[in-house]
Design a protein around this ligand. Structure first.
Ligand SMILES: C[S@@+](CC[C@H](N)C(=O)[O-])C[C@H]1O[C@@H](n2cnc3c(N)ncnc32)[C@H](O)[C@@H]1O
Length: 264
């Protein structure tokens, strides 16, 4: 690969991917700019070519976690997220899992729609995902079982048992967001649309193993870089805005240099 690991390239992600060999990336996690909902210093992106390039550079069994929602324009939600999902499938990806990123505390909205509480978190895979380390939660089984003895009048006495086991969680992931919650790094909030770190941590842990390569083509404030670094993954980023690259580099510097920070 003609790129260094653990570096954010200040360029259009298509240029970064052009220098990647086929089948090199284990996992992409990203939130692209969508529906011009925010003006990221005026940058646009070439969706179709980006998806083709993602398909080329992802390893067989690798996944793309693509986090998007729709803007509402002229009284209608745009449907961009659906159209994008269908395009990924047309190009060859499998739509492996349509997960939901649910915001516990979204921005309240006025108007005749319910509050927008979620974004789609599509998992597109190239073939069958090669890694799946599901997040688990405890299940408790409570019930009557194991006949203990017979009561005086011949009634049956059962002992109460309680068993704990684990099951994988559902595909709706709930996160609180906002100042001081999405990340403790104050500088990150100079970017208008940051991921909660916990979301990135959950996704990287699920779909990759240590030393795998994680790529974020729209790196923004550097959330994917920071979390991948702390989880001992190799990572690469692209970000077209020089201002955001500077913010991201300043944000992640302490985590790159000091193992003491390797806790998340
Ligand atoms: C939604 S933000 C990503 C935020 C990021 N997930 C975070 O946690 O900070 C999208 C980013 O994509 C960048 N961008 C837009 N077009 C791009 C392109 N063609 N190549 C690389 N980056 C681009 C924007 O400047 C913006 O910072």
């Amino acid at each position: 690969m003609l790129l260094e690991f653990n570096k954010i390239y200040n360029e259009d992600c298509l240029n970064t991917m052009n220098r990647m060999e086929d089948n090199t990336i284990d996992c992409v996690i990203t939130s692209p700019p969508y529906d011009n909902i925010r003006n990221y210093n005026g940058y646009k992106f070439d969706f179709c070519n980006i998806v083709h390039e993602l398909y080329r550079v992802i390893k067989n069994g690798g996944v793309v976690i693509w986090i998007v929602a729709d803007a509402t324009i002229n009284g209608s939600e745009t449907g961009t997220s659906f159209r994008q999902a269908l395009k990924f499938m047309e190009i060859g990806f499998k739509l492996h899992d349509t997960m939901i990123y649910y915001k516990n505390n979204p921005m309240p909205q006025t108007g005749n729609r319910y509050h927008q509480m979620f974004e789609y978190m599509f998992c597109f895979s190239k073939g069958t995902p090669k890694t799946f380390n599901p997040i688990k939660e405890a299940t408790k089984f409570r019930g009557l079982a194991n006949m203990k003895n017979r009561g005086k009048e011949g009634s049956l006495n059962y002992e109460k048992i309680e068993r704990t086991s684990e099951k994988k969680v559902g595909n709706v992931f709930m996160y609180s967001i906002g100042g001081g919650i999405s990340t403790p790094d104050k500088i990150a909030y100079k970017h208008p649309a940051i991921f909660p770190e916990k979301l990135v941590k959950d996704q990287i842990n699920t779909w990759t193993n240590e030393n795998d390569i994680v790529y974020d083509p729209f790196m923004g404030s550097g959330t994917t870089a920071k979390v991948a670094e702390l989880l001992n993954r190799k990572w690469i980023g692209s970000e077209i805005s020089q201002e955001y690259v500077e913010i991201a580099n300043e944000r992640i510097l302490p985590y790159l240099q000091n193992d003491l920070f390797k806790q998340i």
